[in-house]
Design a protein around this ligand. Structure first.
Ligand code: MOS
Length: 729
C-alpha cells in the first residue's frame, strides 16, 4: 500500500459543511426564477395556450412559449436526422412528443411568484394516438436497425439451437430513472453574445459544444461551471432542453435565470434507463461446455433521437463459446430520450445473460460458478486479442469464501434458517476500460503548493481525491499541499465523466504532467550553483525539496529555486493519451456480485442478509473512494433487482410513481451486511498506473445475482425486474 492509497476524500469537508457550491448555489446578482410547464398529453399538437393570466400575475417577467420564442439560429442548422446528440428542440413548434414535455417557461422575480404564475398556464391540444408501451410496440412498430446495432455473429448463426442441451428464455427490465439527490439545475446568463451556465453536467466540454451548436456561437465563448455534483449516474451526459430554456429566458431578459426541475420532472425530462426486452438462447454439451449463445435485445428510444447502448455486447466476449449471435434493435416511443444510466447496456444485458447462465447451470445440474469456470474465456474471442489482465477467477474465489458459498445447495428451497428460505446467487459483471485524451496543467507555486488543473467534473466518485493521490505519489508532496481546480471551462480540457474512464484518462494525465513537472524542477535546479558538478540523474525531488542522492546536505527548496529564478510558478501543461500498445489488448474490468437472501415463503419478503461485491479493477488508487463507489454501485444494482421501476399509465403515457414515496430505492436498512473486495493487481497495459474502470462494473451483475439467489431460495424464477414480493408468492 502506498501512503496515498487510503486518504480521505479531499472535498469531503466542503461537501458535508455546505461550503461546496452546487450549480444553483452560485451567487449571481439580479438572478430571477424560472420554471417549466409541461404538456398534459403524450403526443399531439398544442391547439392553444393561454398565458395571459400568468403574464398578468405579480412579479412575472416573461412567459416563453413556441409562439413568442426567439428561436436559436442553431435550430435551423440541425439536419433532419435522428442522430443522438440532437435533443428535443424546445419551443420549436406546436408539437408535443412526450408527456410533460415543456411547453412554457415562466420567469418571475421570486420563486413563489414564479410557482404561482406557472399554475395559471392552460393549454388545449389536438391529441394524437401515443405509444409508450414497449411490450406492445416491439412487435408491431418499425424497429430501427442501428449502425452500432449491426448484428454480430461468430461461428454458426444461432448455433445454440444445435446443442445437446438448449435453454431459451425472455427477460425484461423496466424503465429506471437516475434521480440523484441534487435535482437537475442551472443558472444561465449572457454577457453580450457569450453564454455562461452554472449547470449540472458530467462534461464541461460537451455542454459547451452543445450550447454553442444551439445558439450558434463559438465554443470558446461558452462558459460552464459544474464544480460539484450531488450525483448524476449518467443523466448529466446530455445537454437537456431545460438548460436551453434557461438560456433563452436569460437572453430575453438579459438577467441570470435560475431553473431547478421539480422532482416530478426528473422522472420525465432528463432521461432514464430504457425498458428493454431480451431473448437468450444458450446451448451446451451435457458436460457443461457452452457451444452456442444468442442474445437479442429490443429497447425503447424517443421519437426524435436514437439512443443506443451496449446491451448485448458482454455476451460476445465474457464466456468461451464458438457460436455467438447478438442482435440489438430500438423502437421509437413517445417519451423523452433515454440516456446512459450507471452500467449502461451491460447492466441490462448482464441481467439476461447471467440469469440464463444460472438457469442453464441448474438444467445441467452444475454449480453456477463451476459452469462459468468450464467456460472461462482465456482471450477475448470477439476482438481476437489477449486480455490486458483478468483476475476474474480471484473474484469468484474471494466472493465464494466471504459469502459462504459452501453452504449453498444446488436444489432450490433446501436450506433454511428458522422460517426463512435461504438462497445464494451470483452474477458476473464487466465493463470496458477506456482512456480519452486529457490535458492537465500542473504548477508548483513558491508557497510549496502544487496546483493541478483540468476541466473534468466529479459527479461523486472522488475524482479530486484520485488526482490528489496521484499528484502526491509522484511529487512526494503532502496531500495538504495539493490544490485541485476542476469542473469548469477555461481549464485544460478534460473528458466527460462517464464510462468509468476518468481515473484512466485524468489520472494518467496527472501522472504524466507531474512527472514532467518534477523533471522540469530538477532540470532547473541542476543548473544552479548548489548542484554544480552533480549530474542531473543524481538529483531527487521529494516533498518540495531537490537534493543530491549521494549528499543530502546539498539541497534546495522549490520555493528558493523559484525565487532564485524570478519565477512566480513552474508550470507544465501536457496532453496525455493512450499509446499504440494498448490497442493490441482487450482491456476490461471484471466484477462478481454475490448475495445471500432470506425469503419468507408466505409473505414473499426478500431480505438481503449478505452482499459481497468483488472486482478486478487493476490498481486501486484509493481504497476509501473506490470502496465507496463499489458500495454505491452495488446498491444501485440492488435497486434494479428488487425495487426500481417507472410505472407508466399507458392510457395517458404518463408515469404514475413520479416521486420518492412511490419510486423505491434501497436504503441502509434494506441491506443487512455489505462487503467489497478488490483484487488490486496492476494492469500492465491500461495506463501508467495500471488502473481499469470501476464505476459501472460496480453495478453490472448485481441484479442477476439477486434473481439467482431468489431462485435458489424459492425455486421461483423471476425474469421480469424488479423482483417484488407479488412475483414470489
Ligand atoms: Mo456513466 S452511465 O457513463 O455516467
Amino acid at each position: 500500500m502506498s501512503k496515498t492509497s487510503n486518504i480521505n476524500r479531499v472535498d469531503g469537508f466542503a461537501k458535508v459543511t455546505g461550503s461546496a457550491t452546487y450549480s444553483a448555489e452560485y451567487k449571481t446578482p439580479g438572478v430571477v426564477y424560472g420554471c417549466l410547464v409541461g404538456s398534459t398529453i403524450a403526443r399531439g399538437r398544442i391547439k392553444s395556450i393561454d398565458t395571459k393570466k400568468a403574464e398578468w400575475a405579480p412579479g412575472v417577467l416573461a412567459v416563453i412559449t413556441h409562439l413568442n420564442v426567439d428561436k436559436p439560429t442553431g435550430y435551423q442548422k440541425v439536419k433532419d436526422k435522428r442522430n443522438f446528440g440532437q435533443p428535443l428542440q424546445i419551443f420549436k413548434d406546436d408539437s408535443v412528443l412526450y408527456y410533460d414535455q415543456p411547453i412554457a417557461l415562466v420567469i418571475a422575480d421570486t420563486f413563489e411568484r414564479m410557482q404561482y404564475a406557472a399554475s395559471l398556464i392552460k393549454a388545449d391540444y389536438f391529441k394524437e394516438e401515443h405509444s409508450t408501451d414497449l411490450q406492445k410496440a416491439a412487435d408491431k412498430e418499425k424497429k430501427i436497425d442501428t449502425e452500432k446495432g449491426n448484428d454480430y455473429h461468430r461461428g454458426e448463426h444461432d448455433g445454440y439451437k444445435n446443442a445437446e442441451v438448449i435453454f431459451e428464455a425472455e427477460y425484461t427490465i423496466p424503465t429506471e430513472v437516475h434521480n440523484p439527490m441534487e435535482l437537475a439545475n442551472i443558472i444561465a446568463k449572457w454577457d453580450g453574445n457569450k453564454p455562461t451556465l452554472y449547470t449540472k453536467s458530467q462534461g464541461v466540454e460537451g455542454t459547451r459544444r452543445s450550447v454553442a451548436g444551439v445558439f450558434d456561437v463559438p465554443v470558446e465563448d461558452v462558459s460552464v461551471f459544474s464544480e460539484y455534483l450531488g450525483g448524476a449516474f449518467g443523466m448529466g451526459l446530455h445537454t437537456w432542453p431545460y438548460e436551453i430554456a434557461a438560456l433563452m429566458g436569460a437572453k430575453k431578459l438579459n438577467r441570470p435565470v435560475k431553473l431547478v426541475l421539480h422532482r416530478e420532472q426528473m422522472f420525465t425530462n432528463v432521461g432514464f434507463r430504457p425498458f428493454t426486452i431480451q431473448k437468450m438462447g444458450l446451448g451446451a454439451t451435457k458436460a457443461g461446455k457452452l457451444t452456442g449463445l444468442t442474445h437479442e435485445a429490443v429497447a425503447m428510444t424517443s421519437s426524435y433521437e436514437d439512443f443506443m447502448e451496449g446491451t448485448v455486447n458482454m455476451s460476445r466476449f465474457i464466456y468461451d463459446c464458438a457460436n455467438v449471435s447478438t442482435r440489438y434493435r430500438i423502437v421509437p416511443l413517445d417519451t423523452c430520450t433515454p440516456i446512459w444510466m450507471r452500467g449502461p447496456g451491460e447492466a441490462t444485458g448482464s441481467f439476461a445473460l447471467e440469469c440464463a447462465m444460472d438457469e442453464m447451470a441448474y438444467k445441467l445440474n452444475l454449480d453456477p460458478i463451476e459452469f462459468r469456470k468450464l467456460n472461462y474465456a482465456e482471450k477475448d474471442q470477439e476482438q481476437n486479442k489477449p486480455w490486458s489482465s483478468k483476475y476474474l477467477l480471484e473474484c469468484y474465489e474471494g466472493g465464494m469464501e466471504r459469502i459462504g458459498w459452501k453452504n449453498r445447495k444446488n436444489e432450490p428451497g433446501s436450506v433454511k434458517e428458522g422460517n426463512w428460505l435461504v438462497g445464494y446467487g451470483m452474477g458476473t459483471g464487466t465493463f470496458g476500460c477506456y482512456r480519452s485524451p486529457t490535458s492537465v496543467k500542473a504548477k508548483f507555486l513558491p508557497d510549496g503548493n502544487l496546483v493541478l488543473q483540468c476541466s473534468v467534473n466529479d459527479m461523486g466518485p472522488g475524482t479530486a481525491t484520485m488526482m490528489t493521490a496521484i499528484g502526491a505519489e509522484i511529487t512526494g508532496l503532502p496531500v495538504e499541499n495539493i490544490i485541485i481546480e476542476m469542473g469548469k471551462s477555461g481549464l485544460p480540457k478534460g473528458p466527460t465523466q462517464g464510462g468509468s474512464a476518468t481515473t484512466s484518462s485524468v489520472g494518467s494525465a496527472v501522472h504524466d504532467a507531474c512527472n514532467l513537472l518534477v523533471s522540469k524542477a530538477v532540470g532547473l535546479a541542476s543548473g544552479t550553483l548548489a548542484f554544480k558538478g552533480i549530474p542531473i540523474t543524481e538529483l531527487t525531488f521529494e516533498n518540495g525539496v531537490i537534493s543530491s542522492k549521494k549528499n543530502s546536505s546539498k539541497s534546495v527548496t522549490l520555493a528558493s529555486l523559484l525565487t532564485a529564478n524570478k519565477l512566480d510558478e513552474l508550470t507544465v501543461e501536457n496532453l496525455s493519451k493512450a499509446d499504440e500498445e494498448a490497442k493490441k489488448y482487450s482491456i476490461y474490468s471484471f466484477s462478481v456480485h454475490f448475495v445471500k437472501v432470506l425469503v419468507n415463503p408466505n409473505l414473499g419478503k426478500i431480505r438481503l442478509a449478505h452482499v459481497v461485491s468483488c472486482a478486478d479493477i487493476g490498481t486501486v488508487i484509493n481504497q476509501k473512494t473506490s470502496a465507496g463507489q463499489m458500495y454505491g454501485g452495488a446498491v444501485g444494482g440492488i435497486g434494479m433487482g428488487l425495487m426500481e421501476a417507472l410505472e407508466i399509465d399507458h392510457r395517458f403515457g404518463r408515469p404514475i410513481n413520479n416521486n420518492f414515496a412511490d419510486y423505491h430505492v434501497p436504503v441502509n436498512a434494506d441491506i443487512e451486511k455489505q462487503e467489497v473486495f478488490f483484487v488490486n493487481k496492476k494492469d500492465p497495459i491500461s495506463n501508467p498506473m495500471g488502473t481499469k474502470g470501476l464505476g459501472e462494473t460496480a453495478l453490472v451483475g448485481m441484479a442477476p445475482a439477486i434473481a439467482n439467489a431468489v431462485f435458489n431460495a424459492t425455486g421461483k424464477r423471476v425474469r421480469d425486474l424488479p423482483i417484488t414480493l407479488d412475483k414470489i408468492i
